[in-house]
Design a protein around this ligand. Structure first.
Ligand code: UDP
Length: 319
């Protein structure tokens, strides 16, 4: 296959590119580097099957030749208001990547008869009132809240994807991605894992926002990429949750990281740093993925953190 991956220099996009190339496919990567990093794809510079174009996919995009599949993974994705690369600080770019970027990709998929996959998110469930989150739950999102730029862009993107599927018979996939971590995450994007792991490795206190009672469920990147490939190769056109259902409070998560790293500096609560409408609970119901794709994550938190540490140490200059 020839595959177009938008957001190819991002955390997930770069892992997807690697995986597609490893499977023998040709990859056309696009990214404008507003949150992605050239270093994430530097190792592909000499790969004869990888072609990179610096593009903003919100603008008209031209793809040289035929592509068999389009994976639209371009978007800012960090909710941290303190981070310059978070979507609070890139609100219009985020809405454009989700809305115009998705439209552009679907337009190519329609003309070229390519398969299209949308990287959607657990954020479409907002601050969920149903727990764990099943794909049939329509969500609890405030359209004028500050998080809405990401949540509503992705909700619009899902609706547009279904419209192209229903109207033009485009062969579409929607993956709803829950919290994922691993090497190549942006250490400065302000999310819980990069902040905690960086702080722990530097011997600093971990900054738990609010009282730490909010929950998340963290999936190691290799597990997620495996699920994405299975979904792409399946016939399922309705949304599928992918994530690790092992739910924990953010306080437990911080304590686990301190334990794994051996950090003695403990935890500080930064009550006021918790952003508006930060979801109180999040856990994927992955019954559909299990049934349709025969998929479930196999890497637990401790193993995943250990696999992530060398990358963080390298980035922090800790050898
Ligand atoms: N969080 C935290 N300390 C940090 C960064 C994040 O306690 O240094 C909290 C954040 O308030 C949220 C949870 O960790 O409740 C997960 O946040 P993250 O930014 O990783 O992504 P989200 O799951 O909200 O998309």
């Amino acid at each position: 296959m020839r595959v177009l991956i938008t957001g190819a220099a991002g955390f997930l996009g770069s892992h997807l590119s690697d995986r597609m190339l490893a499977e023998g496919h040709e990859v056309i990567g696009m990214d404008n580097f507003i949150t992605g990093s050239p270093e994430n794809i530097a190792h592909l510079a000499t790969n004869e099957k990888f072609f990179f174009y610096k593009r903003d996919v919100s603008n008209y995009i031209f793809v040289p030749g035929k592509v068999d599949a389009i994976l639209h993974f371009a978007s800012p994705a960090s909710p941290n208001p303190l981070s310059p690369s978070g979507y609070f600080n890139l609100p219009i770019q985020t809405m454009k990547a989700g809305a115009l970027g998705t439209h552009n990709c679907l337009g190519i998929a329609r003309v070229q008869k390519s398969r299209f996959m949308l990287a959607s998110t657990s954020e479409i469930y907002g601050d969920p009132l149903v727990h764990p989150q099943v794909e049939t739950y329509p969500g609890n999102v405030d359209p004028v809240g500050t998080r809405a730029v990401y949540d509503e862009a992705k909700r619009f993107a899902e609706a547009l994807t279904m419209a192209y599927h229903r109207t033009h018979d485009v062969d579409t996939r929607i993956v709803r991605i829950f919290n994922t971590y691993g090497p190549r995450m942006d250490l400065e994007d302000g999310r819980a894992l990069p902040n905690f792991l960086k702080q722990a490795l530097l011997g600093q206190s971990l900054t738990v926002y609010g009282d730490g009672s909010q929950t998340r469920s963290f999936c190691y990147v290799d597990d997620l990429i495996e699920g994405i490939l299975l979904l792409l190769n399946s016939n399922e056109t309705m949304p599928v949750n992918l994530g690790n259902p092992e739910e924990m409070t953010i306080l437990q998560f911080a304590e686990s990281i301190n334990k794994i790293v051996g950090n003695k500096a403990g935890i500080v609560f930064v009550k006021e740093a918790r952003s508006e409408r930060d979801p109180q609970r999040r856990q994927p119901d992955i019954s559909r993925a299990k049934k349709l794709l025969n998929w479930m994550p196999s890497i637990g938190l401790e193993e995943g953190i250990r696999k992530t540490i060398p990358y963080f140490k390298h980035r922090l200059g800790l050898g």
